[in-house]
Design a protein around this ligand. Structure first.
Ligand code: NDP
Ligand code: GDR
Length: 362
């Protein structure tokens, strides 16, 4: 009889989000069985993973959905007991910084208390010595600390989201040190892709640029154009997540590119990819991005989109991840912007079908 080793089982919370989709692809390619912890919603939230749920005909189904919620202890207990995962990637979060000012309690419930529920469920079920955990920490932990930021930089969060994630970070470290849990915090800086949610600034920009390039008479309205972010590709970042859980010893790592670009610069690059130019005129809330030949306003500042408090300059130092994990981002800023704009252009300009009139030889 052929003895097949048991497949590794990974549980992903936040499986329907941007990172959950990229991580599932990576884990399936590595031969894992992937268990997705998914909220039940009134509409479908499976858009990014529908192709994994359906599976391809004739292939063993290795992507399994489980309904649950980070605010519901019983569902976490049930799914953990059923799946008995070797690795847990805790990606579930109310992840929008601006939204966290409007919904601080909901944000803390999922992003901070949700982690406590998960860690206690792991302990109660007896998985502490048997499973490894990735906690999705964030550069928002650093908040007001100036760049470059690394693992030793002081945490000074600037939003309810950042504060909730600081709590989650320390809960993870506490369970690691108190109970010997193999838990690693990935302190990831911003990462983007064509799968990015459309209320985050990069995707909001690339979608608007595509529509404008397609002829829409639209003005792209943005908040703080001066904010600097360290933007990586999500595909590169999920490789770092996986790598952390393959280490014998758990630890915390910054995942970043080491480059910072302003929102204004992202906008200019995105229009450039679509064959349009913007020239900046005016200052502060009067600033506009103008198409030089026509004088048409393409970009305007909307004061309503400014946040009560803001992380200004983000630039990560991922030296530790490079040294210990051998991790490095592969996608440049220019490649990232180009990939996102081209994907959104393809969505507004579906390929033209060749119509052959009857009777006319093709
Ligand atoms: P998304 O916002 O795209 O996805 C968030 C996921 O969490 C979704 O699947 C969402 O489900 C799920 N979720 C939200 N609330 C709950 C809940 N109460 N119970 C169960 N699931 C829930 O985030 P990303 O993929 O971009 O980010 C993944 C993680 O990494 C998040 O924790 C985020 O805070 C963190 N992070 C992200 C960075 C980035 O730049 N992308 C940078 C640093 C950290 P649904 O689809 O139903 O809404
Ligand atoms: P961020 O990402 O807050 O860094 O959090 P987001 O894309 O929302 O904002 C980046 C910067 O752009 C400025 N900005 C705008 N932002 C949005 N969303 N919409 C606008 O119209 C707009 N105009 C300007 C913001 O003020 C900000 O400075 C992301 C999330 O993925 C978090 O979950 C993650 O932890 C951090 O990145 C690292």
């Amino acid at each position: 009889m052929i003895h097949r080793p048991r497949r590794k089982r990974a549980l992903i919370t936040g499986a329907t989000g941007q990172d959950g989709a990229f991580l599932a692809e990576l884990l399936l390619a590595q031969g894992y069985a992937v268990h997705a912890f998914v909220r039940r919603t009134s509409g479908s939230n499976l858009g990014r993973v529908a192709h994994l749920v359906d599976g391809s005909p004739g292939r063993e189904r290795r992507y399994v959905l489980h309904h649950g919620d980070m605010t519901d202890t019983a569902s976490l207990m049930r799914v953990l007991a059923e799946v008995q995962p070797d690795e847990i990637y805790n990606l579930a979060a109310q992840s929008h910084v601006a939204v966290s000012f409007d919904a601080p309690e909901d944000t803390a419930n999922t992003d901070a208390l949700g982690v406590v529920r998960l860690l206690e469920a792991v302990r109660t079920i007896g998985l502490t010595d048997r499973c490894r955990i990735y906690q999705a920490s964030t550069s928002e932990l650093f908040g007001a600390s100036p760049p470059p930021q690394d693992e030793a930089t002081r945490f000074r969060p600037c939003s309810p989201y950042g504060a909730a994630k600081v709590c989650a970070y320390w809960m993870g470290v506490t369970y690691r040190e108190a109970y010997g849990l193999h838990l690693s915090n990935g302190i990831a800086f911003n990462h983007e892709s064509p799968l990015r949610g459309d209320s985050f600034v990069t995707r909001k920009i690339t979608r608007a640029v595509a529509r404008i390039a397609d002829g829409e008479r639209e003005v792209l309205r943005l908040g703080n154009l001066d904010a600097g972010r360290d933007w990586a590709h999500a595909r590169d970042v999920v490789a770092g997540m996986w790598s952390m859980l393959q280490q014998a010893v758990p630890d915390d790592y910054v995942l970043a590119t080491g480059e910072s670009h302003s929102v204004r610069s992202f906008v200019a690059h995105a229009f450039d990819v679509a064959g349009l130019t913007v020239r900046w005129e005016g200052e502060g809330v009067e600033e506009v991005g103008v198409e030089p030949r026509s004088g048409r306003v393409l970009v305007a500042v909307d004061p309503a989109l400014f946040r009560p408090r803001e992380t200004q300059g983000m630039r990560g130092d991922a030296g530790k991840a490079r040294r210990v994990l051998g991790w490095a981002p592969r996608t440049s800023f220019a490649e990232l912007v180009a990939e996102m704009v081209r994907a959104d252009l393809a969505a507004v300009r579906p390929p033209v079908e060749t119509v052959v009139s009857p009777g006319i030889p093709a």
